[in-house]
Ligand binder design. Structure first.
Ligand SMILES: [Zn+2]
Length: 454
């Protein structure tokens, strides 16, 4: 096989028209937010199936994901002391509704260290925590961890403060696939600054008020298709990303960008005749934003195929910025192998051993499957406009989507057709070591996601 000749064809396919951006705009404009369990999600999923068929993919279908859904109600903070004022807030996904009155306590970053030091002051109070990470902290402290630590300390509510200026609060879910037991709201940096200023001179008493909405059983579908011609027992490459979004924006970067890039990679590969010797699937996951629920369901429904999966390329938030990052989940041999290819495909790509337990590659990685997260490059940490009302198509670059799609297609081609590929699914002990080495075991236990018996 002449890889370079095929790659030239792929490049022509991708660069001759700007399909990924056109698909992104159409999807965001037609269906709006694609929150799991809603009509907007279901319509976008049906539209994606039609696109897959149009692009020559076969065995296109939906796979049911039963999950806990959630609907937004109205939210606000009614401050009772030191002043009687109402402040804007909005509910975080899985928050219960009601009126919850308590004093507020500032828990800053909400890290394990801060909670060990001042968590005792939190019992019976609402926790104010920032969405930022402590400077220099060795791993990312996710919102769900902060919420869990607040509950552990006996908090009665969770007030999650943005750090960016401009009254732009972040949304997000409070727990993995289940209703939260204490209320959670998000406030802008400006609201948080007022609350902190008042806390400096005395107690702040407030009501977290949420009317309507709440959690209930829901159904979404993963969207699955594959390139024609792949043998059933051939090594598999999965190109994927989450199709769902939060409910306050169309999720252009998070994660319309990953979805249209994965789709474009598959379209281009189909147009050049597929990946010799491999079976290439496209899986667009449901309910990632509610706790990686679609990817978990996929892994559970395809246990007999896990040994055959050579690589999962999970594209999440690839539409903004310049660089491309690939995190292999603490797998040095995989890092080396992918780095060797990326040196030829895109020298600036940052291929590293990083562990990211918060996107759809991770349920695969927990099963020892080689599964990587494809995202922005170094220096592009933080969510940007992701999880805000401003995650709209104007933030996304068309040429970047094309670049990422071509990189995904070339990597899929190279790894899928490599007769000497030596990386195999990891044993459970190796997965365990990977988690412990990054300090992720503690968090997974807190979340109820620890996959081992102990
Ligand atoms: Zn995402």
């Amino acid at each position: 096989m002449d890889t370079l000749a095929l790659e030239r064809e792929l490049a022509g396919e991708v660069w001759a028209q700007s399909l990924p951006y056109r698909n992104l705009v159409e999807m965001c404009d037609r269906f709006g937010p694609r929150f799991a369990g809603t009509d907007g999600y279901a319509r976008a999923a049906a539209w994606m199936q039609a696109r897959m068929r149009e692009y020559g993919l076969v065995n296109v279908h939906g796979e049911a994901v039963e999950h806990m859904g959630w609907a937004r109600g109205e939210a606000l903070l009614r401050v009772l002391a030191p002043y009687e004022v109402e402040l804007p807030a909005f509910a975080l996904a899985y928050s219960p509704a009601g009126v919850f009155e308590a004093e507020l306590a500032d828990m800053s970053y909400g890290s394990a260290e801060i909670m060990a030091e001042r968590g005792a002051q939190l019992a019976g109070k609402h926790a104010l925590m920032t969405n930022a990470n402590p400077p220099g902290y060795p791993r990312y402290i996710h919102r769900k961890e902060k919420y869990a630590r607040a509950m552990e300390a006996g908090a009665t509510g969770f007030v999650y403060a943005s750090t960016g200026v401009g009254s732009l609060p972040f949304t997000g879910s409070l727990a993995f696939g289940q209703a939260g037991s204490i209320p959670g709201v998000s406030v802008s940096a400006e609201v948080a600054m007022s609350l902190r200023r008042w806390l400096e001179s005395g107690p702040v008493r407030l009501q977290v008020i949420m009317r309507g909405g709440g959690s209930s059983a829901a159904l979404s579908h993963n969207v699955v298709g594959e390139l024609p011609g792949g043998a059933v027992d051939a090594p598999q490459i999965i190109l994927g990303g989450h199709l769902d979004t939060h409910d306050i924006a169309p999720g252009a970067d998070d994660n319309g960008s990953g979805v249209v890039s994965a789709l474009e990679a598959a379209r281009a590969l189909a147009a050049v005749g597929g990946v010799p010797g491999a079976r290439v699937k496209v899986v667009l996951f449901a309910a990632e934003e509610l706790g990686l629920l679609g990817a978990e369901a996929y892994v559970a429904a395809h246990t007999s195929e896990l040994d055959a999966i050579r690589l999962v390329l999970n594209a999440d938030c690839v539409g903004v910025g310049g660089g491309m990052g690939i995190c292999t989940q603490q797998w040095p041999a995989l890092t080396e192998a992918l780095r060797a290819h990326m040196r030829q495909i895109d020298e600036t790509a940052n291929v590293n051993d990083g562990i990211v337990p918060f996107s759809d590659h991770f349920p695969f990685a927990l099963q020892g499957v080689p599964a990587v997260m494809v995202s922005g490059g170094p220096g592009e940490s933080g969510r940007g406009f992701g999880h805000t009302a401003c995650d709209t198509v104007d933030k996304v670059s068309s040429t970047r989507l094309q670049g990422v799609a071509l990189n995904l297609a070339r990597l899929a081609l190279r790894v899928g057709s490599d007769g000497d590929w030596a990386i195999r699914r990891r044993a459970a002990e190796d997965v365990r070591d990977m988690l412990v080495s990054g300090g992720h075991d503690v968090i997974l236990r807190m979340d109820g996601r620890w996959p081992f018996a102990d």
